[in-house]
Design a protein around this ligand. Structure first.
Ligand code: FE2
Length: 155
């Protein structure tokens, strides 16, 4: 099922304009966007706790495996933005844990709006700003990046 079929409640679908030039990382971003759209759609519809927890779990899984692949590739390429980018990953991970623990099932409209806003802003900030910064570095060292992603994906 494509994101388009799901109605993309965030109003965001992955497109070529988001490409960082590395197929595996583009696929990760598309999967993150799909997971975000599914989660937000379920959140908007006030689906049951179990359904929302399961979707949040899926989102966490795709996000954390993506962060691991990116960080390995950045380290192996000696990317000079690694420290900043990795600290942003930690910050996002902590915020997601906080949402999972305290806000995901809140009924207050303000909290629900904050959760939705974070997920949308983070997506734009992460993919279109932070990740775009490593494109030149990664694309000039494709062999190193491919090996790093394969190694990180193998665990
Ligand atoms: Fe990314």
């Amino acid at each position: 099922m494509s994101v388009e079929d799901q109605g993309a409640p965030l109003g965001v679908r992955w497109g070529e304009h988001m490409s960082v030039g590395v197929a595996e990382l583009d696929a990760d971003h598309e999967n993150i966007i799909i997971a975000l759209n599914e989660l937000v759609a379920a959140h908007d519809r006030h689906l049951g706790r179990d359904a929302i927890d399961a979707l949040f779990g899926q989102l966490m899984q795709v996000v954390l495996s993506h962060f691991a692949r990116e960080e390995r590739a950045m380290a192996d390429c000696d990317y000079d933005g690694l420290a900043y980018h990795a600290s942003e990953h930690r910050r996002i991970h902590e915020r997601l844990l906080e949402i999972q623990e305290h806000e995901l099932h809140a009924e207050e409209a303000t909290v629900r709006a904050e959760v939705r806003e974070f997920l949308t802003n983070w997506l734009y900030g992460h993919v279109l700003v932070d990740d775009f910064a490593y494109r030149g570095c990664f694309n000039s060292q494709r062999d190193v990046v491919d090996e790093a992603i394969a190694a990180a994906s193998a665990g």
